[in-house]
Design a protein around this ligand. Structure first.
Ligand SMILES: NC(=O)c1ccc[n+]([C@@H]2O[C@H](COP(=O)([O-])OP(=O)(O)OC[C@H]3O[C@@H](n4cnc5c(N)ncnc54)[C@H](O)[C@@H]3O)[C@@H](O)[C@H]2O)c1
Ligand SMILES: O=C(O)[C@H](O)COP(=O)(O)O
Length: 632
C-alpha cells in the first residue's frame, strides 16, 4: 500500500539525511532519486518515506524540489499525484536536447537518463539540482543560474557538438563543473553543408525551386555565377574551415584563408595561403565563415568591414550568427556590396518571423542544419556520451573545454606524479601553523626531460587541490583549481629544474614550498625560511623524501607522523611500542638525521589514526622535541 504524504514531510526527511551526510563529511554524494509520476496536480503528494528501505534511505542526498515540471494538461486535473521513488547509486544525466540513440544507450548503461526536451530556463534550473550531468546541443542556454541552481551537484556539462558559446564557461569553472564537447564528429557534416550552401547560392537553387513550386518557369531570372577560378576566403582555418577549403579546391576555386592561430605549414600543405583579415575580405569573391563566436569575433563582419569588400561578394555562414552584424548585412545587401548570402546560423535562433535577413530575396537560409546528418548525429551522440560517462567516472576528458586536456598516454605516465603532487600539497599545508595565511606557494619540478615535454598544468591543479582542500570546504578539482587558488589569494609559481640523466621518467622529484608562514613542525622550515616538502615516485608509489632540511623516505599512503628527536638508540622501538599497543599498523619508518647522535627527523607511516592519548604519549618521550600527525 502506498501512503500519501505531503512533500514537506519528505523534504524534512531529506534535509535531515542531508545534514547527517554532511556531518559524516560527505560533500558530494552521487546518489540519485528516480521519480515516476503516476498522476499529477499542483498539490503534490508523495509515497511515504517510511516505506523506503532503510538501506536505500542512506543513499538519499538531495531534496526534491516542489516545482517538478508537470505537463500543462495534467496540471489542470484534480487528483493528487503520487510519486514512486526508486533509489540507487547511479548518477543522473539530463539530456536536454535530442541525442542519437547510440549515445542514449551508452548513457543508460551507466546512469539514470532523463530525456527532457524543450525545458524553459526555469524548468532547467529546477531539474538541474537532481542531476550529475547535463547534455545539450546549441539550443539550450547553460547560464550561470543553471550552475548556481545545481547546488554543486552538476559535475559535467556535455555539449553534443562543437560550439560552446551557449555554455557560461566562467560559471562552469567557478563551480568546478567540467565542460566537454564533441569536437570532431560533425566537422564533415558542417563542411558539406557549407559547400551545399555555396553551390546552391551561386546557382540560385533555393529561389528557383520556390519559383517552380509557385508554378513559374523563370530561366532568365535565375542565371547564376560560376565557382571555378573564383577566390574563396575561408575565415577560420580550423577543422571545418580546412575541410571546406579542401572541397572548394576540388571545385576549382582559389583558396585563401585568414586565421591568426593556424599554423602556416598546415595551410601550405593543402595549397592554401594564410593572409591578413583585410586582405582576405577585400580580395575574395566568396567569403565562408568558420571561426568560433568569441568577444573578438562578435560582429566581425560589420559596416566598416563590408565597405572593404569587393562589390558583389557572396557570403556563407555555417559558424555562428553572432559573427555577423545582421543589420549591417542587410544594408550591405541592399547597397549591392554583398550580392548574396547563405546562412545556416543566426544571432537569435530561431530568428524573428519578420527578420529582414531571412526574407531578403538574395539570401538563402537553413535552420542551423550544419551538423544535422544521420551520420554526424550518431557520431556526436557517441562522442559526447563517452566523454560524459568518462568524466563522471573521474577520468580526464580528452575533449575538456575548461580543464587541461591531457592525451591518454601522457595521463597514464603522469598518474603517479599527480598523486604525489596532491599528497605533497596536502602534507605541506598541514604543516602550516594556524593563523598563518597561505599566500605564496612555489612548485619545483625536477626532470631530465626537455621543458616542452612536460605539461605541468595537471600537476599544478592537483597540488593546488591538495593545498586547498584540507583548509577549506571548497570542492577543488582540475577544473576550478586555478580559479579557487586565485580567489583565495594564493599565488602559485612554478619552476622547472633540468637534470642530467635519463629522460625515461617524466619527473625526478616535486618540491612544494610555502613561503612567509610559521610551521607547527619547525623542522619543516628549510634554510631559506619556507616550509619545504619534497617527493619522488618509486616503483609507481609516491614517496616523501625530504621535510625541511631532513632526508626521509616514507610512502605517501595512509597517514604520517613526523617526529624530531635527538638521534639515539631505542627511538623507533619507543614510538613503535606506543602505536603497537593501540593496534595502529606502521607501514613505513624512516629516519633522516643531520649527523650521528645529532638532530633527526623520523617519518612514520601509519594506516590508522592513533588516539589523541597515544599521540600525547609520543610527544612525552623525552628525546622527542616536536611531532606532528598529518592525515593524507
Ligand atoms: N552550423 C553548424 O551546425 C556547425 C557545425 C559545426 C561547427 N559549427 C561552428 O563552426 C565553427 C568552426 O568549428 P570548427 O570545428 O572548425 O572549430 P575549430 O576550433 O576547429 O576552428 C575554429 C578556427 O577558428 C580560428 N579562429 C579563432 N579566432 C579567429 C579569428 N578572430 N579570426 C579567424 N579565425 C579565428 C581558430 O584558430 C580555429 O582554427 C564554430 O563556430 C562551430 O561552432 C557550426
Ligand atoms: O557547434 C556545433 O557543433 C554546431 O553548431 C551544431 O550545433 P547543434 O548540435 O545544435 O546542431
Amino acid at each position: 500500500m502506498m501512503l500519501p504524504l505531503p512533500v514537506c514531510c519528505l523534504r524534512r526527511c531529506f534535509k535531515k539525511h542531508n545534514s547527517k551526510s554532511k556531518e559524516r563529511g560527505g560533500r558530494d554524494s552521487k546518489s540519485s532519486i528516480t521519480v515516476t509520476m503516476a498522476a499529477s496536480s499542483s498539490s503534490m503528494l508523495l509515497s511515504a518515506p517510511s516505506q523506503l528501505k532503510k538501506s536505500n534511505l542512506s543513499s538519499l542526498a538531495w531534496i526534491l524540489p516542489l516545482n517538478i515540471s508537470v505537463p500543462r494538461h495534467q496540471r489542470r486535473r484534480a487528483p493528487p499525484i503520487f510519486i514512486v521513488f526508486s533509489m540507487d547509486a547511479k548518477p543522473t544525466i539530463l539530456v536536454a536536447e535530442k541525442l542519437g540513440d547510440a549515445g542514449i544507450d551508452l548513457l543508460k548503461g551507466f546512469a539514470n537518463v532523463d530525456c527532457s526536451y524543450n525545458l524553459s530556463p526555469e524548468e532547467l534550473c529546477t531539474k538541474i539540482s537532481l542531476c550529475d550531468a547535463l547534455i545539450v546541443r546549441s539550443g539550450t542556454k547553460v547560464s550561470r543560474e543553471v550552475f548556481e541552481s545545481s547546488g554543486g551537484r552538476l559535475k559535467v556539462v556535455g555539449r553534443a557538438g562543437v560550439g560552446i558559446d551557449n555554455v557560461d564557461l566562467a560559471a562552469a569553472t567557478e563551480h568546478g563543473c567540467l565542460v566537454v564537447n564533441a569536437p570532431t564528429a560533425n566537422t564533415v557534416a558542417a563542411a558539406e553543408h557549407g559547400i551545399a550552401l555555396l553551390t546552391s547560392m551561386a546557382r540560385n537553387v533555393a529561389q528557383a525551386d520556390a519559383s517552380m513550386k509557385a508554378g513559374k518557369w523563370q530561366r532568365n531570372k535565375y542565371v547564376g555565377v560560376s565557382l571555378v577560378g573564383k577566390t574563396l576566403a575561408v575565415m577560420g582555418f580550423g577543422k571545418v574551415g580546412t575541410e571546406v577549403a579542401r572541397r572548394a579546391k576540388g571545385l576549382g576555386m582559389h583558396i585563401i584563408a585568414h586565421d591568426p592561430y593556424a599554423p602556416t605549414d598546415r595551410a601550405h600543405a593543402i595549397g592554401v595561403d594564410l593572409v591578413s583579415f583585410d586582405e582576405a575580405i577585400s580580395t575574395a569573391d566568396f567569403i565562408s565563415l568558420h571561426m568560433p563566436l568569441t568577444p573578438a569575433t562578435s560582429k566581425i563582419l560589420n559596416d566598416e568591414n563590408f565597405s572593404k569588400m569587393k562589390k558583389g561578394v557572396r557570403i556563407v555562414n555555417v559558424a555562428r550568427g553572432g559573427v555577423i552584424d545582421e543589420d549591417a548585412l542587410v544594408r550591405a545587401l541592399n547597397a549591392g556590396i554583398v550580392a548574396q548570402a547563405a546562412l545556416d546560423v543566426f544571432t537569435v535562433e530561431p530568428p524573428p518571423n519578420d527578420s529582414k535577413l531571412v526574407h531578403h530575396e538574395n539570401v538563402i537560409v537553413t535552420p542551423h542544419l550544419g551538423a544535422s546528418t544521420m551520420e554526424a548525429q550518431e557520431g556526436v551522440a557517441i562522442e559526447i556520451a563517452e566523454a560524459v560517462v568518462g568524466a563522471l567516472k573521474g577520468e580526464l576528458a580528452a575533449t575538456a573545454v575548461n580543464a587541461p586536456m591531457v592525451p591518454a598516454e601522457v595521463l597514464e605516465e603522469l598518474k603517479p606524479y599527480v598523486t604525489l603532487g596532491e599528497k605533497l600539497g596536502r602534507l605541506a599545508v598541514q604543516l602550516v601553523a594556524g593563523g598563518s595565511g597561505v599566500k605564496s606557494v612555489k612548485l619545483t619540478y625536477a626532470s631530465a626531460r626537455a621543458p616542452d615535454d612536460l605539461d605541468t598544468r595537471l600537476l599544478r591543479a592537483m597540488i593546488t587541490k591538495g593545498l586547498i582542500e584540507p583548509i577549506s570546504s571548497v570542492f577543488v578539482n582540475l577544473v576550478n583549481a586555478d580559479f579557487t587558488a586565485k580567489q583565495r589569494g594564493i599565488r602559485i609559481t612554478e619552476q622547472r629544474v633540468i637534470l642530467n640523466g635519463s629522460p625515461e621518467n617524466p619527473l625526478e622529484l616535486i618540491q612544494v614550498k610555502i613561503a612567509n608562514v610559521e610551521s607547527r613542525f619547525a623542522s619543516a622550515i628549510s634554510e631559506s625560511g619556507e616550509i619545504r616538502v619534497e617527493g619522488k615516485v618509486k616503483d609507481g608509489i609516491a614517496h616523501l623524501t625530504k621535510v625541511g632540511g631532513f632526508e626521509v623516505d616514507v610512502s605517501l599512503e595512509g597517514n604520517i607522523i613526523l617526529c624530531r628527536q635527538v638521534d639515539q638508540p631505542g627511538m623507533i622501538g619507543a614510538v613503535g611500542g606506543i602505536l603497537g599497543a593501540e593496534n595502529v599498523n606502521v607501514s613505513f619508518m624512516s629516519v633522516g638525521r643531520i649527523g650521528v647522535r645529532k638532530m633527526a627527523v623520523m617519518a612514520i607511516g601509519v594506516d590508522e589514526r592513533p588516539s589523541t592519548e597515544a599521540l600525547k604519549r609520543i610527544g612525552e618521550i623525552p628525546a622527542v622535541e616536536e611531532f606532528v600527525f598529518l592525515a593524507l
